[in-house]
Write a protein that binds this ligand. Structure first.
Ligand code: MN
Length: 491
């Protein structure tokens, strides 16, 4: 359990010389407001606020966000109002606390409420992503103390975590938090599967760890001999839930999972990453087709690293992940890294544009959906289902839902390209427009400037809401133009 002293120590460690006076005031303020309140597990309510702030401090977030973490439940759960919070801690902290209060206590009370909460979440995210990061930190502690809640609530909270919170953390690139949230929720949502994974992977995991430790010793020597300084090497054990998901794709055969324990190498800069990759391949033969250069082509959530799988000592297969310190920071903290204490001083905190384009797009089309059932179905499709990564001819990475087609790709780039799309080349070969794209495809759209607009037939195969909306819109307009023309002629 973290104390407020721990929060301060962490802030000071990450940012030597930081002024923690305001943090102390926020802690005192929240402690007084929550005085006498207990959580269901019997602890003082303030421990929850402190744990939330501690998670945010671990992510090295700016002081306003950490303060808002301490104060996040004050307006909702105590007699102290939002206005008082704002008066004491200024408009920036006030704005964050207001955002969280507006989100309210997300509850799974039926479809209506669920859809409404999701909408609120995305609106809040577009206004200030930090609101949602605080919400994720809040959820993490609620999961850590889930055992003290009644089973019905446990189920609701855990399920919601797997369905909403973890995917959002993933989309924001906060890998560390995503893994923790999933693993905590896993045992509640799928208790039997959880047990199965723990039991069936334990001995292999231990065995692999022993092996990896041997490799690490050898590797450190190799890196030092090559003249590298300032590197760190450690074993990374795969999170249980993502292991379970992978096993489902691999016939539940643990022998087919190569990254049960991977080796992570963190170096000084990008050039060193490639240098290390060369050293590894020189020493151990790589498995064909398993080298992934996420530095040259980052994942859409911003993740960068080099991955390779090799036949290691004794022919055993082992995965390496190579990155520099900046990449590592972004891999663990994703979007949160944009608000790291030092970088944020005195700067306007706005949405970093590229990584968050999908949120504004989401808000665009979700405005038009009034039916909640349809809304949830389309959200699942656009956000929460598996994504594929395809490339433009210029090498930009575009992420789309699984089974997306060239038409979805075209509309994703620009509505004009979608409207005038007449054909597509995938990996330099002409393909029909309904072709299902797969990750890594290089997609080029052939446009016909004379084309009148999209074909209604495309509705049969497009996967994204954006494409669907554009096509429907066009056909609707065309119909009403036709009707107008017809009625004019008739009169
Ligand atoms: Mn809370």
């Amino acid at each position: 359990m973290a104390t407020f002293e721990d929060v301060k120590t962490l802030v000071n460690k990450n940012n030597p010389g930081a002024d923690v006076t305001m943090l102390e005031l926020a802690y005192d303020f929240a402690s007084k407001a929550h005085a006498g309140q207990k959580r269901l597990d019997g602890t003082d309510y303030i421990t929850h606020a402190v744990e939330t702030a501690y998670t945010l401090a671990q992510m090295n977030l700016d002081p306003d966000t950490i303060m808002a973490g301490l104060l996040h439940d004050v307006p909702e759960d105590t007699a102290v109002t939002l206005e008082e919070v704002e008066k004491n801690f200024g408009p920036n902290v006030g704005k964050l606390v207001r955002g969280i209060t507006k989100l309210g206590k997300l509850k799974y009370r039926g479809l209506e409420r669920y859809a409404e909460n999701l909408r609120k979440m995305f609106v809040a995210m577009a206004e200030d992503v930090r609101v949602v990061i605080i919400k994720l930190a809040d959820r993490l502690h609620n999961l850590e103390t889930l055992s003290s809640l009644p089973p019905v609530k446990q189920q609701r909270i855990a399920r919601e975590t797997l369905e909403i919170y973890a995917p959002i953390a993933n989309r924001l690139g906060i890998g560390e938090l995503k893994g923790k949230l999933e693993d905590l929720a896993f045992r509640y949502v799928y208790p039997n599967e959880y047990q199965w994974v723990v039991e069936h992977t334990k001995s292999r995991m231990e065995d692999q760890l022993t092996y990896v430790n041997g490799v690490i010793t050898e590797l450190k020597e190799l890196l030092a001999q090559s003249g590298l300084t300032n590197f760190s090497v450690h074993g990374r054990v795969k999170h249980l839930y993502s292991l379970y998901r992978k096993l489902q794709r691999k016939d539940m055969d643990i022998a087919k999972v190569y990254d049960l324990v991977a080796i992570r190498i963190i170096v000084n800069n990008e050039a060193d990453c490639y240098h290390v990759l060369g050293l590894l391949h020189n020493k151990w033969k790589p498995l064909p087709g398993r080298i992934k250069d996420y530095i040259a082509q980052p994942k859409p959530n911003g993740y960068r690293s080099l991955h390779t799988t090799v036949f290691g000592e004794g022919g055993r297969i082992i995965e390496f992940q190579i990155r520099d310190t900046v990449m590592h920071d972004h891999a663990e903290y994703g979007i949160a890294a944009h608000w790291h204490y030092k970088e944020s001083k005195g700067t306007e905190l706005k949405l970093p544009p590229e990584q968050l384009k999908w949120i504004t797009e989401l808000l665009q089309w979700q405005k038009d959906i009034v039916d909640n059932e349809q809304y949830l179905a389309s959200l699942k499709l656009d956000i929460f289902q598996n994504r594929i990564f395809v490339l433009t001819p210029k090498g930009d990475v575009i992420d789309l839902p699984e089974e997306a087609t060239p038409v979805d790709f075209a509309y994703h780039i620009h509505s004009d390209i979608g409207d005038h799309c007449s054909g597509a080349r995938v990996n330099e070969k002409l393909v029909p427009l309904e072709t299902k794209l797969v990750s890594g495809d290089l997609v080029e759209i052939i446009m016909d400037k004379n084309r009148q607009g999209p074909s209604e037939d495309w509705l049969k195969f497009v996967k994204t809401n954006m494409a669907r909306a554009h096509i429907k819109n066009y056909t609707k307009k065309k119909r009403s133009a036709f009707v107008k023309l017809f009625s004019r002629r008739a009169s």
